[in-house]
Design a protein around this ligand. Sequence first.
Ligand SMILES: O=c1[nH]c(=O)c2nc[nH]c2[nH]1
Ligand SMILES: [Zn+2]
Length: 451
Amino acid sequence: MTSTQSTTVYRAAILNFLSDPDIDGEDAYQFFQDGALVIENGKVANLGEASEILATLAAGVKIVEYKDHLIIPGMIDTHIHYPQVEVIASYGEQLLDWLNNYTFPAERQFEDKEYASNIANFFLDELLKCGTTTALVFGTVHKQSVEAFFEASEARNTRMICGKVMMDRNAPEFLCDTPESSYEDSKSLIDTWHNNGRQLYAVTPRFAITSTHEQLQKAEQLMQEYPDVYLQTHISENKDEMAFVAELFPDAKDYLDVYDQYNLLGKRSVFAHGIHLNEREHQRFRETGSSVSFCPTSNLFLGSGLLDIKELEEQQVAYSVATDVGGGTSFSMLQTLSEAYKVTQLNGNKLSALKSLYLATLGNAKTLQLDDKIGSFKTGNEADFAVLDFNSTPLMALKQGKCKTLAEKLFAMIILGDDRAVQATYVAGNCVHDRDVTIHSDVNINSAGEK
Ligand SMILES: O=c1[nH]c(=O)c2nc[nH]c2[nH]1
Ligand SMILES: [Zn+2]
């Protein structure tokens, strides 16, 4: 797809975050009831009141109007497994049995590049349908799974971060690599794909259980050789998992210390789950700027536990929000935020709608060190955005009609919203999903009435 070489103005209600609303209150966001977002050559050129912006436009500039819709920056998912699409909704197990009985057999299929390409395309379309434009993604142990993923992402021009799983023990032989092959494959993928267009690489040891000392040393070597790549892994999700890690690494102070011993902590290091961390681990997260990825639908589905995000805030541990498909049960960040609200309620706290949408956009971009490119409508940022529909279902329309404040409307959007609430999704200024696209012979008419 080519980038838009012209100016287009999108007119709708628009919400944009500047900082964390729990810290800066009303100064943390901009809301325009009748707003205009100006996109030039795939980048944000301006944002403001429609009446002011439209008055300054040259004649003939294209205006796309979405009545009764809300434009937000494209949502960001900081932990998801693309090969686990078909693992969603697998019954009856907690983490270790779920991996052995469902996940590993499903991941085996990705040795076949064609299979991997088909699932990568399905996966990316599913994310875009949900208004998610960037994700930090696990591949499988197979190098070709990541090649297939980046090729599919490159074709859509999406900003994606992905990595080949490193896994050389405690998994079926058909899914194991070696320290050397995992190093060579990861290195070759980094050389080809990291910073190639919008694609970025993450070194991906699956978790402490499935990597030997020698393989974790190779992960360390990669992080030293390529200091601007990401690191993604799992930590402290499940009590049986934690006991196994303690057995395998008797010299480590705790679970995080396993990764710390190989210098895998840092600002671009994202640790999924972190439900059962101790104070020393919080301190190391804080000192190194590493972040926890909160995956509420997965944590509930796999019976893993209730992450206390207020405790993370008190401990000044950075965190983001993610779906964790296929332990997670939905691709939708709206659904994920709805479950995050419920987990927070069970911990005796509250998660406001403004804070939730901040997390799904600018907050998650900050934990990925990408807020200079995505996550908000700052001038010059890449023009990834989602158009949400306040009337997406009869129930949504009825409830929205009863809401009086912006906070109430956004909260109802989160609790009742899913992929049906996403009218359209744009990537670098191009429409890549339109819920109501109707095909009349060779003419496509999108929801804004454009041909
Ligand atoms: O939720 C999870 N999904 C996984 O695939 C996985 N692997 C290790 N630990 C994991 N946790
Ligand atoms: Zn995971």
